[in-house]
Design a protein around this ligand. Sequence first.
Ligand code: AVJ
Length: 320
Amino acid sequence: MTARAERSAVAEETRSDFAEALISGLSAREKSIPCRFFYDAAGSELFEQITRLPEYYPTVTETGILRARAQDIAALATPGTVLVEFGSGSSTKTELLLTAMGDLFAYVPIDISGAALDEAEARISERFPGLTVLPVEGDFSRPLQLPASIAECPRLGFFPGSTIGNLTQSAAQKLLANMRSIIGKGGRLVIGADLKKDVRRLIAAYNDVAGVTAAFNLNLLTRANRELGADFDVTKFAHSATYDVRHGRVDMHLVSQEEQTVSVRGHCFRFRKGERIHTEHSHKYDVEGFQALAAGAGWRPEAVWTDDERLFSVHVLVAG
Ligand code: AVJ
């Protein structure tokens, strides 16, 4: 296959994955769309804008903690270690660590998107010319083999961004257990988790005054129109973000502003006025709660760092 044919085959595969998920999510009694579909090109750009909003504290706060602790984290990477990053999208944070680290055997980004990996590889190789980059294309929520050339190397995992918060607690624990088997006994994981806090502060972070989070949420519908020929009237849905105290999470929804019918690839979906489509969970943890979750997945908590306001936590876990 030519590179171009391969790219369009991949695009077609993502498209039918989206079609399938959307149709099944809208067919359920409680409608939902999986949050992984936020990140097409437009959605990724909107997310970048979110990270720079005054209300959205997680990205700046985590970056501040990593900057303050870069030497401590670098000390975990003894010479010959491989740095395994789960995902490949966090350039600033990764570069912060790589700058502080001595002789790594290799940097291994794992991502489901080949295009994102190519981009990360190019960027990191340019910034760190002596560093071996070994991209692994795959799904790190499933069993996964790292390249044979690094079989014997000690491993340090890195999973910033509080992406873990998008998962329910049981799915989060399964993911942590899978990361535990990828990293292997004695290896470590540096992972970011957003903290529980004043509810007003939490809600404001997902209801910014400039409306960027609303645009990010509504982009799911625009994307469905563009990629699948759906006929959502985006002006007839509104963004909503609320805090569920019982589950300790922010929930995002798209709320139908009137009774309406939408069609997606020959499937018709009826909406009542006020009916919601669930689009994202963002779980918030306290330090002990997150450590207990990790312990249940075979990780021993070794250190935890927070900012002065205790908005965000970065944990160091050891694989037992
Ligand atoms: C990328 C999962 C960390 O949950 O805060 C930001 C995504 N959603 N604003 C989060 C998001 C709405 C974000 N994470």
